[in-house]
Every structure is written in C-alpha cells, then in structure tokens.
Design a protein around this ligand. Structure first.
Ligand code: ADP
Ligand code: ASP
Ligand code: MG
Length: 407
C-alpha cells in the first residue's frame, strides 16, 4: 500500500518526539508499505516566526512572510529524515517546491493548483521514505508561497490524491475528530466516522483539527482520510462519503471561531450596484467575507453588516474607507471582540426546529445573538467573544452530544 502520513507541530516539537514519529514511519515502511510523510514545523515555530517579524514591522510584506514561514518546515523535514537514517531507513527530505507542489500566487493563503509528482514517484521507486515539507509550494513566478494556517493537512491530501495513495493519515495531538474542541468541552466525544460535508463545515467554522481545503480535496479525489493521535494507537476518525447514517443525529458537532471581526456600515443607498461596489472592493483585496446581513430599508437607505477574519480586519476597513462615499454610507463601525459559534449536522435537513433549539440554549445562558446564518447542515451565530466558551458548552449539552450512547 501507499500511505501518506502527516504529523502536526506538536508531534515533532522536540528531538524525542521526532524519534517517536520516525519509529512510527519506519514501522509502517517495514510492514511493506510505501510511505510519504508530510510534516509541520516543530512546536510553535510558525507563531514564533510571526512574532519575530512583528517586532520589526506592523505590516510586513506578505511575500517576505511566506519566505520566512516556509523555513519552519525545512528544519523539521531535515531532522525527521536524519532520525530515519539513524534507524537504518532510506529516506530523503523535499521542500514543497522540490516535491512539485504548485500553487497560485496568493501569498499567505495560496491554493494548491497541482502536484508534479515525478520526483516523488522516483524517490519512492528507489525505495525511499519521502519526507515533504507541508504548508508550502511554488507560485507561477517562482516564489515560495504558504497555504494558510493549518495548511499542511492540505499538502498531505494533495499528495495522496496525486499519487493515488491508499490512505492519508493525519496524526495530531488529539485522538480524532470530536463533537467539539476537547480543550473547550472536556466532555466532548470522539466521532468514529464523519461525512465529508459535515467535516468540511466543522473545519470551515473553526475546528482546526483539519484544514478545510484538505477535506474538500479528499472528497473531490476520493482520498480515504483518517485523523489519529501521534501519541497512542487508538483508532481515530474516518472522514468518508455521507451514506445517510449521519442523518440519524440532528447535530454531529459544535464549532467555534475566534478569528472573526464584524463591520457595520450605516445608511447606504438602497439602489442596484451598492452591495456590488462594496464587496468588489473587498474581493479586490482578496478578503473573504463570511456572513452578510442587509437590514430592512428605511427612507431609501439600508444598513449592511458583514464579518471577515480578524486577521483581515485592517485591510477590510481600508477597503470600506475607499468606497464609503461611492456607496453613500453615513458611517461605519467595527467590533473585533466577537466570535462565531456553530452547530453542524447532516440530520438537520429533515428536522425542523434545530435553529430554534440553538437560540433557546443561547438565550437560557443570557447570551445575545448579533448575527445569524444558516445552510442546509449548519447554523451559525455571532456572539461576544467573552461568551464563546460558555456558548459552546451549552450547545454541546443542549444537543445531547455528551450523552453516552450517542455515536
Ligand atoms: P496539528 O499541529 O497536529 O496540525 P492542530 O492544532 O492544527 O494540530 O489541530 C489539533 C487541535 O484541534 C486539537 O488540539 C484541538 O484543540 C483542536 N480542535 C478543534 N476542534 C476540534 C474537534 N472538533 N475535534 C478535535 N480537535 C479539535
Ligand atoms: N505551519 C503551519 C501552521 O502552523 C501549517 C500547519 O502546521 O499545518 O499553521
Ligand atoms: Mg493543524
């Protein structure tokens, strides 16, 4: 079998742990499998590098940030390969560009556009374990790019898809995908299986255990995807096609996201082309807009509120400032102390009253809802950041996710 194994930062945080990872990889190889390993930087390296740049500039150039952050993985791939050599394994490390990972040119959140897998195939054919740097690739102009926080998961699935691997295993510091972030809800339970669609929603709504794009690619290319602990041999969570079983449960999981900021614009003109002008200005700056709410019209004027990620707030406010007059706005405000809490479940499709139950749980906690958005399989609310933890715990209880007997 051909197996891709990805190890996150905490799994390679120090030499001891790197040795443990090397042992596991070597064991998989000795069982007769071909192995490609994808690794993140050691521990909190990425955060430390960001902090370092911040000491020099409030607004470092995106290109240089990618140049900087891509160094983290170059350290861990080399160290892991050295550890594998010590075990007697044949292994070689490759950076993203060396491994043929091609991306678009959007620094800081590049999308993988293809994997030119000739080198990977040649190294595997030579009997080697190939250790690839996650999170990075090569832009059309020859620059190094990074895929956004958590992006190593996506590197792993993209490689698994390109090589038509039998399995992609994501090893991390939890035993699998839980009904909520176990750091916030200690009673959260591990899900033995979850559908692609539910996992994609959870990941997009803040469950950082998997990078959203990795789930998308796994679904698109039919890559069997497993999330497991790198610290034990417990069975993990299988992410798979929805076969209808998931629908037995109204809600499968609760997610929260603190990387949220809200912007409100008052009294814009109620005319065709206003929303277009506003959101085109944001799109031009490559800012993802999440929820959008336009209030009821009064005297030919509307209020528009929307959310962006907190990391994009500064850029978003600059874009709003630019089009403020063109859309006839009387003013705008922002709030970066908000959070988004969400419930996700394929079973919602067939059951009315799920949103009402969510609002009931939040109201019982005295938590005010500032914005709401729904899709077929999720309901999200924007609330105060300081109330997020309590909200997640209350929702987890409300939907019986800690109850024994639930899956
Ligand atoms: P890695 O460095 O291995 O990529 P991450 O920190 O990116 O690890 O992801 C693992 C973390 O995801 C866990 O420690 C956990 O706190 C968090 N997490 C958030 N939501 C969930 C969830 N629903 N299930 C499991 N873990 C979750
Ligand atoms: N190094 C990146 C991060 O910390 C990518 C990853 O670990 O998945 O976000
Ligand atoms: Mg991660």
């Amino acid at each position: 079998m051909l197996i891709v194994q990805k190890f996150g930062g905490s799994s390679v945080a120090n030499p001891e742990r790197i040795k443990r990872v090397a042992d596991r990889v070597w064991r998989t190889r000795q069982e007769g499998n071909e192995v490609v390993v994808v690794v993140s930087p050691m521990g909190d390296t990425t955060d430390e590098l960001i902090a370092l740049a911040r000491q020099l500039s409030d607004d470092p150039a995106a290109r240089e940030m990618d140049q900087l952050l891509a160094t983290g993985e170059q350290v861990s791939i080399a160290l892991l390969t050295i550890a594998l050599h010590e075990l007697g394994a044949q292994a070689v490390s490759l950076t993203g560009p060396q491994a043929g990972i091609a991306t678009d040119g959007v620094y800081g959140k590049a999308a993988i556009t293809g994997v030119a897998a000739a080198r990977l195939r040649a190294e595997l054919a030579a009997g080697k374990i190939v250790v690839v740097a996650g999170f990075q690739g090569l832009a059309p102009n020859g620059d190094i790019t990074t895929l956004g926080r958590g992006g190593s998961d996506t590197t792993a699935v993209a490689i698994a898809a390109a090589l038509q691997a039998d399995r992609c295993e994501i090893y991390t510091d939890v035993d699998g995908v839980y009904t909520a972030d176990p750091r916030v809800v200690p009673e959260a339970r591990k899900l033995p299986v979850i559908s692609h669609d539910e996992m994609l929603e959870l990941a997009s709504l803040g469950a950082v255990v998997l990078h959203p794009r990795s789930v998308e690619l796994a679904k698109l290319y039919g890559v069997p995807l497993v999330v497991r602990s790198s610290f034990n041999d417990n069975p993990g969570t299988l992410v798979k096609e929805d076969d209808g079983m998931e629908r037995a449960h109204m809600v499968s999981g609760v997610a929260h996201d603190l990387n949220v900021a809200k912007i409100g614009i008052f009294d814009v003109l109620d005319q065709p082309g206003i929303a277009y002008r506003l959101f085109a200005a944001l799109a031009e700056e490559k800012i993802n807009v999440d929820m959008i709410i336009q209030g009821a019209t009064r005297n030919g004027r509307n209020d528009i509120a929307f959310t962006v990620s907190r990391t994009d707030l500064k850029k978003a406010l600059a874009a709003v400032e630019k089009v403020k007059e063109a859309v006839g706005a009387k003013g705008y405000t922002y709030d970066d102390r908000v959070a988004k809490v969400s419930i996700v479940g394929a079973g919602m499709i067939t059951r009315p009253g799920v949103a009402a139950a969510m609002f009931e749980a939040l109201s019982a906690e005295g938590i005010n809802i500032e914005m709401i958005s729904t899709s077929e399989i999720k309901v999200s609310c924007v609330i105060k950041e300081s109330e997020a933890q309590r909200a997640v715990q209350a929702l987890h209880r409300k939907f019986g996710l800690d109850a024994v007997g639930q899956r």
